[in-house]
Design a binder for this molecule. Structure first.
Ligand SMILES: Cc1ncc(C[n+]2csc(CCOP(=O)(O)OP(=O)(O)O)c2C)c(N)n1
Ligand code: SF4
Ligand SMILES: [Mg+2]
Length: 283
């Protein structure tokens, strides 16, 4: 099968504000799917709620625009029920780090075989500009008129600490670079987390784009992505937004482990009914 980026475009026209970083993320996703020649009927894009979470509607694959903060448990269910599918979870920084933070932790530590793309604009875009967990300390927003009293978190450091086996950072203004990162994330066996800085021109201003472009810097080629300490250092550099694969290791995945359990249970109860299988899991 030979695929073209436009094959993955749905009939829905994005309603994002002109200049929103999420356009770049969507274009990268079309290209990544095309380059990997993913069959649309074997691909599912799952999101929560937010501007960024509208994305599945714009992609001609299966999609699920679910509940705020719930992209990851739903994506996990889809993958466990149908391991042959390519499952990509997407959403915002608020969706994944505030209301959905708990699911981020457990999806990473379980090493679920999915790619999770976070469109990080350091704000709640859809609900009109409140501070999010990634909003930097001191920044003025609609909910922090005197400056944000809370320190922002770095999603990549969290992902590594939670046990994600593949972690990268991209910038929506670099469609080519982000496409390559998406392809690697989808091909990784286990939980792959890709944080894409994706400016919100409406609530963070035009300057956010310029600022990130000025700070974005590709990781040095000699960076050893198997080195956890080095990865964490690059996550937290002052004044620099390092892009590229920060961390990549191989560990047993949830789908693989569940398959072993299923095989053991089937060996124990060869002519198993559903009840037998449930008993086998409990023994
Ligand atoms: C349970 C629940 N709580 C709150 C909301 C309101 N809400 C919708 S989107 C959103 C935040 C969106 O921010 P983010 O996930 O960063 O996405 P963005 O719009 O910035 O892309 C909130 C608080 C909701 N829809 N459901
Ligand atoms: S409000 Fe911000 S995040 Fe939402 S579509 Fe507009 S620019 Fe994008
Ligand atoms: Mg956001």
């Amino acid at each position: 099968m030979s695929a073209n980026a436009k094959d993955y475009k749905s009939d829905l026209k994005p309603v994002w504000c002109p200049g929103c970083g999420d356009f770049g993320v969507l274009n990268s996703l079309y290209r990544a799917f095309a380059d990997l020649e993913l069959a649309p009927h074997e691909t599912v894009v799952v999101s929560g709620i937010g501007c960024s979470s509208r994305l599945p509607g714009y992609v001609e694959t299966y999609g699920f625009n679910s509940l705020h903060g719930r992209a990851l448990p739903i994506a996990t269910g889809v993958k466990l029920a149908s391991p042959q599918l390519n499952v990509v979870a997407v959403g915002g920084d608020g969706d994944g780090l505030a209301i959905g933070g708990n699911h981020f932790l457990h999806s990473a530590r379980r090493n679920v075989d999915i790619a999770y793309i976070m469109m990080d604009n350091e704000i709640y875009g859809l609900t009109k500009g409140q501070a999010a967990p990634t909003t930097p300390l001191g920044d003025k927003t609609k909910s922090t008129a005197y400056g944000n009293p809370e320190a922002g978190v770095d999603p990549c450091s969290l992902a590594i600490s939670f046990g994600a086996t593949w972690v990268a950072r991209g910038f929506s203004g670099d469609v080519k670079g982000t496409t390559e990162l998406m392809k690697k994330a989808i091909q990784h066996r286990g939980f792959a987390f890709l944080n894409i800085i994706s400016p919100c021109v409406t609530w963070r201003g035009d300057d956010q784009h310029k600022e990130i472009r000025a700070k974005a810097k590709a990781l040095p080629p000699e960076h050893d992505s198997g080195n956890r300490e080095a990865a964490l250092r690059f996550c937290n550099e002052e004044g620099v937004v390092s892009t590229g694969v920060l961390y990549a290791v191989e560990h047993p995945t949830l789908v693989g482990e569940m398959q072993h359990i299923r095989e053991k249970a089937q060996a124990k109860y060869p002519s198993s009914t559903r009840t037998d299988m449930l008993r086998a899991f409990a023994l």
